[in-house]
Design a protein around this ligand. Sequence first.
Ligand code: AMP
Length: 190
Amino acid sequence: MNIVIFGPPGAGKGTQSSYIVKKYKLHQLSTGELLRNEIKENTELGRQISSIINSGNLVSDNIVSDLIEKFISDKTYKSRLIFDGYPRNLIQVKNLDSLLKKHNQKIDIVLKLSVSLDTIKKRISERQTLEKRADDNQKIAIKRYQMYEKNIEPVIDFYKQSKLLTVINGEKVISEINDEISGLIDSIKG
Ligand code: AMP
């Protein structure tokens, strides 16, 4: 089972993904985290993308496509992936689709965590104190939220039309969201 999880920064994608990972033995593939690791390890790619990420803009589609193919093509992760932060625009939707087809896989569930901007601001400021991420300040957070909303709408529409989309109220308490997602996965696994 491959899952795509959507939600603006601070929507709880990370929290929900790690819950699903543990319960269903899946692997979380967060493009944001992969990119941040490149920066942390000061690789050539990391140096190339750090100013883009720190200003809240998106990295090029080819860069992220190459990163995720490493996982899709790896037998260890075959049909065990949760895509977190990918795809983020329609080009990435098409790229993901062809990469999965090429490796005989598909997306089974698309989850959208829906959260208001006010809640996002609150959560980002809490996370800033804990994680000290360079792109987690209020101004950049609002930019990332707006960027997310702008780019993600056609992506969400695409998955709605493909009948893969489930919208989850991300304002609810974590355990309730956990239960809702588990119920959905169990119903699809049969
Ligand atoms: P995230 O952790 O998903 O909020 O991502 C943090 C940052 O990494 C984003 O603001 C982008 O700069 C970059 N990024 C993550 N995923 C993608 C993607 N699918 N396409 C382009 N840039 C991305």
